[in-house]
Design a protein around this ligand. Structure first.
Ligand SMILES: [Mg+2]
Length: 253
């Protein structure tokens, strides 16, 4: 294992999936969990204002959805009579959205609520790679500022780290960024982040398993490291420095 040495780093900016936790977690654990809990969760919480308004938003989206399959589902459900139970009535549409990978905000919000409950009941745990917590602690202790930049929402990021297999890791991080700051494959997003952290781009080390993200951060003048974890779909670092393990990273003054 060749140590990757970096100089003049004051800030570390970390991707999550493929970098500090397995890529498979979202697809193989989080999404199936939300699907499995959906009906039960809606039955239980449909009378809470925030859940009732999500159901209402989904019903409205369904009425306006131009997809022929969604329209057919709506006709089918209308033939079964008036909706005695709105939470149950909207289920076919939610399954349709999930199966077609439609990223509606109302659906994402609903999944977020289900995950929050799953984490708090200890049915979900953020599977942080074993070498990560110790490395993060050591860097933080040496004065490095730690930050997260993930396409998962900030609340979802904080659930993974807050309920991780290594305990609550949230206090290690000083900054949290999601795509509200900008897309991860745009150099502009990394310039914005360096301004928000009030530091020179060259003093930030960005670690990610996505070559597009690495290239964008490189264009913005950040130092970059490609994360080549076991199980990642993309293993070619495109000539950038690369590591399989945080133990191999050396940050020098
Ligand atoms: Mg990633």
């Amino acid at each position: 294992m060749n140590p990757c040495q970096f100089h003049g780093i004051s800030h570390l900016l970390l991707d999550i999936e493929g970098t500090t936790c397995p890529v498979s977690f979202v697809a193989e654990v989080l999404f199936p969990y939300a699907r499995k809990q959906l009906e039960h969760y809606l039955q239980l919480h449909q009378h809470e204002a925030s859940v009732a308004s999500l159901i209402e938003r989904l019903e409205q989206q369904w009425q306006q959805d131009p997809d022929p399959q969604a329209a057919q589902l709506l006709r089918d459900s209308n033939t079964t009579g008036p909706f005695a139970n709105p939470a149950k009535a909207v289920l076919p549409y939610i399954y349709f959205l999930i199966d077609n990978d439609r990223k509606l905000t109302a659906l994402k919000d609903l999944q977020g609520k289900i995950w929050a409950e799953g984490y708090s009941r200890a049915e979900l745990r953020g599977p942080i790679f074993a070498d990560v917590p110790a490395a993060l602690r050591q860097w933080k202790n040496s004065g490095i500022v730690l930050a997260v930049y993930s396409s998962g929402s900030i609340p979802a990021q904080q659930l993974i780290y807050g309920y991780s297999n290594a305990g609550d890791l949230r206090p290690l991080f000083q900054h949290w960024f999601d795509t509200h700051t900008g897309p991860k494959d745009s150099a502009e997003s990394y310039r914005t982040i360096s301004q928000l952290m009030a530091t020179d781009p060259a003093a930030i080390l960005f670690i990610s398993d996505s070559l597009k993200e690495i290239e964008a951060a490189d264009r913005a003048g950040l130092q970059v490291l490609f994360s080549d974890r076991e199980g990642n779909p993309q293993r070619a670092s495109g000539g950038y420095p690369s590591t399989t393990h945080f133990n191999a990273i050396q940050l020098n003054p």
